[in-house]
Design a protein around this ligand. Structure first.
Ligand code: 5GP
Length: 112
């Protein structure tokens, strides 16, 4: 059985504070926010990481990305940051592609 926590949230087996959902993606608040507003936008059809992604086979990833401005608007965010961690060495912990939307304060630019 797939132990993917995001599939469990999609299936309503694990609760989440959902802010947007349609046939192909879901968005909910991160359980450990790194900013005053921290929401994850997730394609419903699983692709583990961006390195595995192909536009033809993974249209839900494209769809989830396209919905980011809409989700930001729902959250009342004018300025925000979008992050996608690809791989363990880049701090990916859930291997089901997801876009982080971070905002709700003035964000500094502090890459390592
Ligand atoms: P990653 O580190 O893979 O880029 O991001 C995974 C994110 O999922 C983390 O920010 C983490 O806090 C969040 N997360 C992990 N488990 C859960 C959960 O059960 N519920 C919610 N809402 N977020 C989760």
């Amino acid at each position: 059985m797939d132990n993917d926590i995001f599939l469990k949230i999609i299936a309503r087996e694990v609760p989440a504070d959902i802010v947007y959902e349609d046939e192909h993606c879901i968005a909910f608040h991160d359980i450990a926010p790194k900013a005053p507003t921290h929401v994850l936008v997730i394609p419903k059809r699983k692709t583990p990481k961006l390195s595995d992604f192909t536009p033809d086979k993974d249209p839900d990833v494209m769809h989830a990305f396209s919905k980011i401005p809409h989700v930001a608007k729902i959250l009342g965010l004018e300025d925000f940051r979008v992050i996608l961690n690809n791989g363990e060495g880049a701090c990916q912990t859930v291997f089901h592609i997801h876009f982080h939307i971070l905002g709700g304060k003035r964000l500094a630019w502090q890459p390592d």
